[in-house]
Design a protein around this ligand. Structure first.
Ligand code: ATP
Length: 296
C-alpha cells in the first residue's frame, strides 16, 4: 500500500511512483506487464500451472533505493494450497513488501521464496503473475469500459464469463443499472464509481482470471455497511479454492484465517490462529486486537 520514498531505481518503483502520482491510467497496467531484470533469466523457466503452496525461508530484503534499512529480516512462513494467511502489524512493518516480493517486483536480498517447492525466480514471470491476482486497498480502474476492466486478466473472455464473474462479485446489479451497462466507460473521463464498486470490479476481474494465489490488501477505511457486506461476500467467493495472502484489517477476516502472522519491524514475531495468539501473554496481537477491535 505505501511506497514511501521510492526513487526511480526500477520498473517496480517507477510503477509505485506513477500509481501514487498520477492514479488511474492504462500506463500503470502496461508497466505491470514489463519484465524487470531478475536473478534467473527465463531460460528453462517454469511454465507449468501453479498449485499455490507458498513458502518464505529466511527471507531478508532491502529496497535497492534505501540500503540503510533492512525491511524484512529472516521471514519464515508457509501458506499451503487453499489456506488463508492473514498478515497483521503496524504501519511500515513490511506487509506490502511481502506482496511485492511475491509478485516479483523486487529480488530478495537473501533466503528463498518457493512456490510449489520451486524457487520463485525459476518461474516464467508471465506464468507466475498469470497465476496471481492482487486486490489492492484502493482499486484503480483504467479508462475504458467496465467490460474491458473486468476482462483485463483474461482478454479472450466471453460475455457470458464476464457476466458470471460480475454476478459472483456482486457487481452485476450496479453495472446493469447504468444505461450503457457493461459498455459504461469508467475512469477519469467516465462514470465515477464508489470505492466499494471499484473493489467489486477488481474482484470480478480476479474471478475471471482464476488465479491460484490471491493477494488481498484489505481497505482500512470502512465502506458504508451495505457496500461493505457486498464486498465481503464477494471476497469470500473469490478466496474459495485458492491460497490467499491477506494484509488484513478486518476482525472477521483475521478470525477466519488459517494462520495469522504478526509482522513487526520486518520480523514475524507471532504466528498462530486467532485463538492461539489471543492467549499469548503480553502478545502484540493480543494488544492490537484489544485496541482495534474493542468496539466490534
Ligand atoms: P502500511 O500498513 O502502512 O501499508 P506496511 O506494513 O505495508 O505498511 P511496507 O509498505 O511494506 O509496510 O513498508 C515497509 C518499509 O519499507 C517502510 O519503512 C517503508 O517506508 C519502506 N518502503 C516501502 N516501499 C518502499 C520503496 N518502494 N522504496 C523504499 N522503501 C520502501
Amino acid at each position: 500500500s505505501t511506497f514511501v520514498g521510492a526513487s526511480f531505481g526500477g520498473i517496480a518503483e517507477l510503477y509505485a511512483q506513477i500509481q501514487k502520482a498520477i492514479g488511474a491510467t492504462e500506463r500503470v497496467f502496461e508497466l505491470l506487464d514489463e519484465t524487470p531484470e531478475k536473478i534467473n533469466s527465463d531460460k528453462n523457466a517454469i511454465s507449468e500451472k501453479i498449485k499455490g503452496n507458498v513458502s518464505f525461508k529466511n527471507v531478508a530484503f532491502t529496497y535497492p533505493s534505501r540500503k540503510e534499512i533492512q525491511v524484512l529480516k529472516n521471514v519464515n512462513f508457509t501458506a499451503e494450497f487453499g489456506q488463508k494467511i492473514a498478515i497483521v502489524g503496524p504501519s511500515g512493518a513490511g506487509k506490502s513488501t511481502i506482496s511485492s516480493l511475491l509478485l516479483r517486483f523486487y529480488d530478495i536480498t537473501s533466503g528463498e521464496i518457493t512456490i510449489d517447492g520451486k524457487d520463485i525466480y525459476d518461474y516464467d514471470l508471465e506464468n507466475l503473475r498469470g497465476n496471481m491476482s492482487i486486490v489492492p486497498q484502493d482499486v484503480i480502474l483504467f479508462g475504458g469500459t467496465i467490460k474491458e476492466n473486468i476482462a483485463y486478466g483474461k482478454p479472450d473472455a466471453t460475455d457470458e464469463e464476464i457476466i458470471k464473474a460480475a454476478k459472483q462479485a456482486n457487481a452485476f446489479n450496479f453495472v446493469d443499472g447504468f444505461p450503457e451497462k457493461f459498455e459504461t466507460v469508467v475512469g477519469e473521463r467516465g462514470v465515477k464509481l464508489s470505492g466499494g464498486q471499484r473493489q467489486r470490479i477488481a474482484i470480478a476481474r480476479a474471478l475471471l482470471k482464476n488465479p491460484s494465489i490471491l493477494i488481498l490488501d484489505e481497505a482500512t477505511s470502512s465502506l458504508d455497511s451495505e457496500s461493505e457486506k457486498l464486498v465481503q461476500e464477494a471476497l469470500e467467493v473469490l478466496m474459495e479454492g485458492r491460497t490467499s495472502i491477506i494484509i488484513a484489517h478486518r476482525l472477521s477476516t483475521i478470525r477466519n484465517a488459517d494462520k495469522i502472522l504478526v509482522l513487526d519491524n520486518g520480523k514475524i514475531t507471532e504466528e498462530g490462529t486467532h485463538q492461539e495468539l489471543i492467549n499469548l501473554e503480553n502478545g502484540i496481537y493480543k494488544n492490537l486486537s484489544n485496541l482495534q477491535f474493542s468496539n466490534s
